[in-house]
Design a protein around this ligand. Structure first.
Ligand code: ADP
Ligand code: MG
Length: 603
C-alpha cells in the first residue's frame, strides 16, 4: 500500500480509541469542557450507566453558531494557540480532540448559545457524519447529548460492562471533577434518580463532606504549606479512617485530578506506623504551582503529569504531613471537633508528645476488637476432635493424614511443649529440634484452607442477622456489591439493594461474627474493585478468601490460652501447605538440634 494521509474519520477513530474508553470518559470530557467554559452550574444525566445516554448541560459561555462545526473537529480548540501555550495551560482541556472523538463513535447533539446571540443553534453528528446546523431555542450555555456510545464500533461495545458498573465508573469521573471545583453546582442523575446534588461550596471541606459523608469530613486534618511558588493544601484523614485500596487518595494539580506514583509513595511514608499493614490513607490534596513547572501533555487523558522537580515535591508532601501528624492530637480529633476545640499551647505540646503513644493505644484497641470468638462456630477450638470433619479433607493427589500422626493433639492435653512468646510467636519442641511459629500466619493459612474447601463445596456457614444491617456505600461500591451478590452469598454475605447507594446485609459468615458487617462488606468490595482488572474469577475468589481468613485469624498480639495453642498446632498437622501463610510468608522457622549444637559450639 502506498503511503497516504488518513482521512479525518480514521484519525478521529484512532483518537477515540485512546481517549474514550467507556461512558465515564465521556462524562469526564464533557464536564471538564463545562468547567473550562466558566459554568457555575453543571447537570449530568445518564441512562443505562451512560451507554444509552450522557447529557451534560451547563450555563457557561456557550459556542457561537459559526464555531459549532469546529468544536467537533479534531485539533480544533479555543484554549491554546501556539506551542508555547502548552507550557501555560490553565484549562482542563487543550488538545481539541475530545468532542471530535466522541462524535465519531456516537450519536451526538450539540446545542449552544452565547450571551450575545439572540438564539441558539444545534448541530447533530451521527457516527462522525455532521448534519446541517439548525437554529434552536435554548438558554445561554451548552447542552451536549451523547446517545448510544460505540453504536458503530461493536468491538468497543463488547467491552462495556453492566449498567451498574459503568455507572460506578461514571460517578467516579464525576466526583473527580466535582471535588476539584467546589464552587460549581454539580448534579448527577441516573435513570431520572438523583445520585449527587452538590450546591456550590466555598469551603473545600464542605464539598468533601457532600461527597464522602460527615464521618470522614469532620475528622480531617488540614494541611497548608508553601515551598517557593508551590502550595500544597487540603486535608489528610485521621488514621482512624483508612481503606484497603488507594481510591480515596485524591490529588489535584491546579484543579485537575491526577495520579502520581511518587507522591502516593510519599503519602504512604507519611502514614507509616499510623496504619495497620495493608491499609491505605485517605487524603484530599491540592497542589497549586505555576503551569510552567509541570508538563501536563504526557498522557492522552492527562491523568499523569511530569513535574520539573518531582524530588522536591516528594519532600514537601512527606515533610508537611509528618510535621502535621507530630503536632496533632490525633485521638482528640478522632473524638470529633466538639471536644477537640479550645486547646491551649500547653495542651498542644502535651498532645505532640502524646501522639505516638496514643497511636499505639489506638492500634492495640483495633487489634483487640478484631479478636475472634474462641468458642465461635469454627476457628481453633479446644475440642479438636469435633473439628475433624471440617479440616480433614483430601485434596487431589494427597493422602489423608491418619489422626495418629498428630503430634500436638489436644487429646494429649497440651503437654507443655509449646509456649507463646510476646503474644506473637509459638515455640515448640520438634523431633529434630525446635520451631518458632508465627501464630497469625499459621492460623490464617489453616482458616484459608478450611474456608476454601467449604466455599467450593457448599458455601460458608452463615448467620442470619436478626435485624438486617443497612450499609452506606459509594455508587461504584453499591454497583459492585449488587453485581457480585452471588459470589458474596457464597462467602456467606447476603446483600440486597435498599434504595440509593445503601445495601442491606441480611446474613453474614458465622466465623466473622465479632466484626462489624459494614467493615467486612466494605473490605470485600474493595478487594473486588482491586481485582476488577484481573480477568480470572478464581483469583478474585482467592483474594476474598484471603481477606476473610486474615480477618478471622488470631492476630499478632493476641494472647492464646494453652488449649488454643494446642488446637492451633493440631490443625497445623492436617493442613496442606502449612509452611506458608496465604500471602507466601513463612509460618514457621525451623532450628535443628544440629544447628543449635553448632551455634553453641558443641560440635
Ligand atoms: P478541548 O477541550 O481540548 O479544547 P474539546 O474537543 O473538548 O477540546 O472541545 C473543543 C472546543 O469546543 C473547546 O476548545 C471549546 O471551545 C468548545 N467547547 C466544548 N464544550 C464546550 C462547552 N460546554 N461550553 C463552551 N465551549 C465548549
Ligand atoms: Mg475538552
Amino acid at each position: 500500500m502506498p503511503i497516504q494521509l488518513l482521512s479525518p474519520s480514521v484519525v478521529n477513530r484512532i483518537a477515540a480509541g485512546e481517549v474514550i474508553e467507556r461512558p465515564a470518559s465521556v462524562v469526564k470530557e464533557l464536564i471538564e469542557n463545562a468547567v473550562d467554559a466558566g459554568a457555575t452550574r453543571v447537570d449530568v444525566a445518564l441512562e443505562q450507566g451512560g451507554s444509552e445516554l450522557v447529557r451534560v448541560t451547563d450555563d457557561g459561555c456557550g459556542i457561537p453558531a459559526s464555531e459549532l462545526s469546529l468544536a467537533v473537529t479534531n485539533h480544533a480548540t479555543s484554549k491554546i494557540n501556539t506551542a508555547d501555550d502548552l507550557f501555560q495551560v490553565a484549562t482542563l482541556g487543550f488538545r481539541g480532540e475530545a468532542l471530535a472523538s466522541i462524535a465519531e463513535v456516537s450519536r451526538l447533539t450539540l446545542r449552544s448559545r452565547t450571551a450575545e446571540a439572540a438564539a441558539g443553534a444545534e448541530l447533530r453528528v451521527i457516527g462522525g457524519a455532521a448534519q446541517a446546523i439548525e437554529p434552536a431555542g435554548c438558554p445561554v450555555g451548552t447542552t451536549i447529548e451523547i446517545g448510544q456510545l460505540f453504536f458503530n464500533t461493536p468491538v468497543r461495545q463488547k467491552f462495556l460492562r453492566s449498567p451498574q458498573t459503568e455507572m460506578g465508573h461514571a460517578a467516579e469521573a464525576f466526583i473527580r471533577v466535582a471535588l476539584g471545583h467546589p464552587r460549581v453546582h454539580f448534579r448527577l442523575t441516573h435513570g431520572g434518580r438523583t445520585v449527587h446534588d452538590l450546591p456550590p461550596a466555598t469551603d473545600w471541606q464542605v464539598r468533601i463532606g457532600q461527597l464522602f459523608g460527615a464521618e470522614i469530613a469532620e475528622t480531617l486534618i488540614e494541611i497548608d504549606s508553601h515551598d517557593g511558588p508551590v502550595r500544597l493544601s487540603g486535608f489528610a484523614a485521621n488514621p482512624m479512617h483508612s481503606r484497603a485500596n488507594n481510591r480515596l487518595q485524591y490529588l489535584f494539580l491546579n484543579g485537575r485530578a491526577i495520579r502520581d506514583r511518587s507522591l502516593q509513595h510519599a503519602l504512604g511514608e507519611a502514614y507509616r506506623g499510623l496504619l495497620l499493614t495493608g491499609r491505605q490513607p485517605i487524603c484530599f490534596l491540592r497542589l497549586d504551582m505555576p503551569p510552567a513547572q509541570v508538563d501536563v501533555n504526557v498522557h492522552p487523558t492527562k491523568l499523569e503529569v511530569r513535574f520539573q522537580d518531582a524530588g522536591r515535591l516528594y519532600s514537601q508532601l512527606l515533610g508537611t504531613l509528618r510535621t502535621k501528624f507530630l503536632t496533632t492530637d490525633l485521638k482528640a480529633l478522632a473524638r470529633g471537633p466538639a471536644d477537640a476545640g479550645n486547646s491551649s499551647p500547653d495542651d498542644e505540646i502535651a498532645a505532640a508528645t502524646n501522639g505516638a503513644s496514643q497511636l499505639v493505644d489506638w492500634v492495640k484497641g483495633q487489634l483487640s476488637q478484631q479478636r475472634m470468638p474462641m468458642d465461635g462456630p469454627m476457628p481453633i477450638r479446644p475440642h479438636f476432635e469435633s473439628n475433624i470433619p471440617l479440616t480433614l479433607h483430601q485434596l487431589p493427589g494427597t493422602e489423608p493424614i491418619a489422626p495418629a500422626a498428630y503430634r500436638y493433639d489436644a487429646a494429649h492435653g497440651g503437654d507443655g511443649k509449646a509456649i507463646q512468646l510476646h503474644n506473637r510467636y509459638l515455640v515448640v519442641e520438634t523431633e529434630g529440634g525446635m520451631e518458632v511459629i508465627d501464630q497469625h500466619a499459621l492460623h490464617e493459612r489453616i482458616l484459608y484452607e478450611q474456608i476454601r474447601d467449604k466455599v467450593l463445596s457448599h458455601g460458608l456457614e452463615t448467620q442470619k442477622l436478626l435485624v438486617p444491617e443497612p450499609v452506606d456505600l459509594s455508587a461504584q461500591e453499591a454497583a459492585i456489591a449488587q453485581e457480585n451478590s452471588e459470589l458474596l452469598a457464597k462467602l456467606g454475605v447476603e446483600v440486597q439493594p435498599f434504595g440509593g447507594e445503601t445495601v442491606l446485609v441480611s446474613s453474614y459468615p458465622a466465623m466473622l461474627a465479632n466484626l462489624p458487617p459494614a467493615e467486612v462488606l466494605r473490605e470485600l468490595i474493595e478487594r473486588l474493585i482491586a481485582g476488577g482488572a484481573s480477568p480470572d474469577p478464581h483469583e478474585i475468589l482467592d483474594d476474598l478468601l484471603h481477606t476473610i481468613a486474615c480477618k478471622a485469624a488470631v492476630k499478632y498480639g493476641d494472647h492464646l490460652a494453652p488449649e488454643e495453642i494446642d488446637a492451633l498446632l493440631a490443625q497445623r498437622q492436617i493442613t496442606e501447605n502449612h509452611h506458608h501463610c496465604p500471602h507466601g510468608r513463612p509460618t514457621a522457622l525451623v532450628f535443628t538440634c544440629e544447628e543449635l549444637d553448632k551455634q553453641f559450639k558443641r560440635i
